[in-house]
Write a protein that binds this ligand. Structure first.
Ligand code: ZN
Length: 126
C-alpha cells in the first residue's frame, strides 16, 4: 500500500510510514468480523418464554428475559428473524465493515390480537 501523506510505498502491516512518519489508517477491509449484540428487554409478560434469534435462517441465539447475547457475523446483508411463541419479526440489515460491534435492541410489544417483535434501535461502534 501507499502512504496517504507522502505517497511512498510502505508495508501492508505498518502502522506508521517509514518515510514521513505519518500514521497509517487501519484498513477497514481488514475487519472481517462484526459482533452483534442482541439485547432483549426485561418484561414481566412472557418472561419465561425463550426468544430465538435466527440469522440467515440459522438459529444462533436463545435469549432469556432481560439478557443479551453475542453473535459474530461477516459484514454485509443478513436476514434477522426474531421468534417468540408464534410471534415473528423478520428484517434484513446491512452491516458495514466500518464497525466492529453493533448493538441491537429488541422491542417486544404485546397486544391483544397481535404481538410485535422487532429491532427498535441499532447502535454501531467502531
Ligand atoms: Zn509517508
Amino acid at each position: 500500500m501507499f502512504c496517504t501523506n507522502c505517497g511512498k510505498q510502505i508495508s501492508e502491516i505498518s502502522k506508521f510510514c517509514a518515510y514521513c512518519g505519518a500514521t497509517v489508517p487501519i484498513k477497514k477491509t481488514q475487519l472481517k468480523e462484526i459482533q452483534l449484540i442482541f439485547n432483549r428487554p426485561k418484561k414481566f409478560f412472557a418472561c419465561l418464554a425463550p426468544m430465538r434469534v435466527y440469522i440467515d435462517k440459522k438459529l444462533v441465539l436463545e435469549l432469556k428475559n432481560g439478557k443479551s447475547g453475542k453473535v459474530i457475523v461477516e459484514p454485509g446483508k443478513h436476514k434477522i428473524l426474531l421468534e417468540m411463541w408464534s410471534t415473528k419479526g423478520e428484517e434484513e440489515f446491512e452491516f458495514s465493515k466500518e464497525y466492529s460491534k453493533v448493538n441491537l435492541d429488541i422491542s417486544l410489544k404485546m397486544g391483544l390480537w397481535n404481538n410485535k417483535l422487532n429491532i427498535s434501535n441499532i447502535r454501531n461502534e467502531k
